[in-house]
Structures are given as structure tokens and as C-alpha cells.
Design a protein around this ligand. Structure first.
Ligand code: ADP
Ligand code: MG
Length: 229
């Protein structure tokens, strides 16, 4: 019997759980389904915080006003909670379609990067690295490499980006933690080589900090496809 293989798109929180199984370092986050639960979750976190809508129907949370950053007080958490529901409703997304919210610690990186995996039917996992935001969208500034890759190969992928000078102290800017970025790329490469169900993995953005201070993903999206056996 032929089986139809439906890919499963994991939400941010499901993707985070998956990444944690592989011990990938992420910012502190909690999934909650009511305002009181969200305020309680905040007690174990440090401000500033970020609150995001969680829904299987919403792929790009910021497009629907579903991401509030720079939350400094409990009062602001409460306002952010209401506003993501109101903003979603304004886009025609009813409350029933919203699973809850993700409250998480805000990470101030120097630059936003994109790190991902796309599984090619012929080549297997392909590592994708790019500068975040406008660089990826406008300039298609990404670099691709067929896995497995060595540390040296990953580093040269990063160096081949047009925006690389921004990571390397361009015009008096600080040098950023490229070593941590290489390590993160290696980890997700191993994850994709280990689990063949991973057909897509997107860490967008990865916040890259100054040298020695790390690189950390604050949004994650994984697509799984079951093997037909
Ligand atoms: P989506 O990609 O679904 O729109 P994201 O979770 O990537 O949602 O959030 C959108 C933007 O908000 C990010 O590109 C980043 O600029 C900012 N952001 C999200 N989470 C954080 C965080 N924890 N710390 C700092 N900035 C964040
Ligand atoms: Mg994102």
C-alpha cells in the first residue's frame, strides 16, 4: 500500500524540545495557555522578555503582530498577552486557532543570522548559513554546503558571505563570536545526519554576540517527514 507522506511542521515550542534533546543551547522559554500562567512563568525568567503567539496556523508570527519584544515589567507582559490575541484577530485568526503564547528571555545580539538545514533528495542534508533580515531577504546572501562538513569548511562558508565583514570588525565594530556560530552549525548538522525525519530546520534568527559571548537561536522551526518503510 502506498502511504501518503504528510510533512509535520513543528511549532516553535515543539521545535525547541527537539533541539533540547540534542543539547542545543537556547534562550529560556515557556509555553503557556493563560495570562496567569504566563505571569507565573515570568517569575523564573529575567527581564527583558519577549512574548510570541503560538499557533499551528501562523508561520510568520511577526507578520500578524504576534511578537512583542523589550518587555520590561509584569504590566507589559499582560499588555503584550492581550495585544497578540487582538492583532491575530484583526488578521482573521480566531482565538480557537491559537494554542497559547511563548514567553522567553530577550537576547541582544550584535547581528541576526540564519542557520538552517534543507534535506535534498539526492545530496542529503544541506547546511544553509546567512545574515539575517534584509541580507537574506533582499540580497539572498546565503551560503550552502553539503553535509557532512568539517569545522574548517563551515568557517569558509561563513567567510564567503557578502556580509561577513559585519561579523569581523568592519569599521570599528566589535568582532563577533564566529566560533560559537560554527559550533552551532556543527550541532544542527549532526542532528540532521542523525535523524533522517528532519527535512527542514530553520533557526531564524540566531543572535550572534561579541567574541567569546556566544550565538544563540531565539526562533526555531522544524519540518519532519516520516520514512516510508
Ligand atoms: P517569526 O519569524 O515567526 O516572525 P521570530 O520569533 O523570529 O518570529 O521573531 C521575530 C523577530 O523578533 C526576530 O527576527 C527578532 O528580531 C525578534 N526576536 C524574537 N525573539 C527574540 C528574542 N528572544 N530576543 C531578541 N529578539 C527576538
Ligand atoms: Mg523567525
Amino acid at each position: 500500500m502506498d502511504k501518503i507522506l504528510e510533512p509535520t511542521v513543528l511549532t516553535e515550542i515543539e521545535s525547541r524540545r527537539f533541539l533540547q534533546k540534542y543539547h542545543i543551547n537556547l534562550n529560556k522559554a515557556a509555553f503557556t495557555t493563560s495570562k496567569s500562567e504566563t505571569l507565573k512563568a515570568a517569575e523564573k525568567m529575567s527581564f527583558p522578555l519577549v512574548l510570541k503567539v503560538a499557533s499551528k496556523e501562523i508561520v510568520h508570527k511577526s507578520d500578524v503582530g504576534g511578537v512583542v519584544t523589550n518587555i520590561e515589567t509584569t504590566e507589559e507582559i499582560s499588555q503584550a498577552y492581550d495585544s497578540v490575541y487582538t492583532n491575530a484577530a484583526a488578521k482573521g485568526i480566531h482565538e480557537d486557532k491559537i494554542d497559547g503564547v511563548v514567553l522567553q528571555e530577550m537576547i541582544n545580539g550584535q547581528e541576526e543570522m540564519l542557520v538552517g538545514i534543507k534535506r535534498d533528495p539526492l545530496f542529503g542534508p544541506v547546511l544553509v548559513i546567512g545574515l539575517g533580515g534584509v541580507f537574506v531577504e533582499l540580497m539572498r546572501d546565503v551560503s550552502l554546503g553539503i553535509c557532512p562538513l568539517t569545522k574548517v569548511e563551515i568557517l569558509s562558508m561563513i567567510k564567503s558571505l557578502k556580509g561577513y565583514p559585519l561579523l569581523n570588525g568592519y569599521r570599528g565594530r566589535p568582532k563577533l563570536d564566529v566560533d560559537a556560530l560554527v559550533l552551532l552549525c556543527e550541532e544542527i548538522m549532526h542532528m540532521a545526519l542523525d535523524d533522517e525525519r528532519i527535512s527542514e530546520l530553520d533557526l531564524n534568527p540566531v543572535m550572534i554576540k561579541e567574541q567569546g559571548k556566544g550565538a544563540i537561536a531565539v526562533d526555531a522551526r522544524i519540518v519532519l517527514t516520516e520514512n516510508d518503510e
